[in-house]
Ligand binder design. Structure first.
Ligand code: APR
Ligand code: ZN
Length: 235
């Protein structure tokens, strides 16, 4: 499979801007009427005509070179996220290391969900070596507290969250490699931006039940990663 160049990916999501507005580019903070302030590696020259573009769906405008620099700084998966409003172009993926996601039903109710059983998700990720998509390629990463057990009510909404979490897992968005805010350890597997409940019958860490807003919060966090019910219906 021949990959697109970063310039080709960015161009796909951009429309031409004939007359740059008198605004600053919020990536480099330089005027859109002038050149990109970004002079990082891999930023080649572009013609004046294509130096500014507007993202096709949300309409936010940036220097073309600034978007290319931002893309190069990410995991280069063919997707782009507007840094202003977070609109996602293409399919966003993450850098979650290889591992396993399993789930089953346990015949007990969660606090706050007396009328249904419980879905238990088990994530298992072994330690390994960081790839090019990680902060320190070639260096080992640790994996603490695995297998990690997580809980959802086995209700209609809980099952919907589970379906979307399965999509998030396939797109490598549940975990990432970085510095744990709980332990301060670097080069370790950490939760990404989708909250999970890791306590069953208690709430000692604040990551337990009851929490009436939890499922809606998770749906919102999944949406911010570009995952909605549409993704499930398409499969
Ligand atoms: N359970 C669920 N989520 C948690 C927990 C926890 N015990 N602790 C932190 N989080 C959430 C945080 O609220 C934050 O949003 O995970 C996100 C990332 O926090 P980090 O501390 O960087 O993540 P990590 O090191 O992976 O998790 C710390 O979570 O599941 C446990 O065994 C794990 O003890 C470890 C703890
Ligand atoms: Zn710029």
């Amino acid at each position: 499979r021949k990959g697109k160049t970063p310039e080709e990916v960015v161009k796909k999501y951009l429309q031409k801007v004939k007359c740059p507005p008198e605004e600053d580019c919020t990536i480099c903070m330089e005027p859109l009427g002038g050149p990109s302030g970004y002079k990082g590696p891999g930023v080649g020259p572009v013609s004046r005509a294509e130096s500014v573009g507007r993202l096709a769906q949300c309409g936010h405008r940036y220097h073309f070179q600034c978007l290319v620099a931002m893309y190069n700084n990410g995991n280069k998966d063919g997707s782009l996220q507007c840094p202003t409003c977070k609109t996602i172009y293409g399919v966003k993926t993450g850098n979650q290391p290889a591992g396993k996601m399993e789930y089953h039903i346990i015949p007990h109710s969660l606090p706050g969900h007396p009328d249904c059983k419980t879905i238990r998700i088990i994530y298992n990720i072994p330690p390994g070596i960081q790839g090019p998509e990680h902060p320190n390629p070639g260096k080992p990463f640790t994996a603490r507290g695995f297998p990690r057990h997580c809980y959802l009510p086995d209700s209609e909404k809980g099952r919907k969250v589970l379906r979307l979490l399965l999509v998030a897992w396939d797109r490598r968005l549940i975990f990432s490699v970085g510095t744990s805010s709980t332990t301060g350890e670097s080069d370790t597997v950490i939760w990404n931006e989708v909250h999970h409940k890791t306590e069953f019958g208690s709430n000692l860490t604040g990551h337990g039940f009851p929490d009436p807003g939890h499922l809606d919060n998770v749906l919102e966090e999944l949406r911010a990663q570009g995952i909605t019910e549409d993704d499930v219906l398409m499969e």
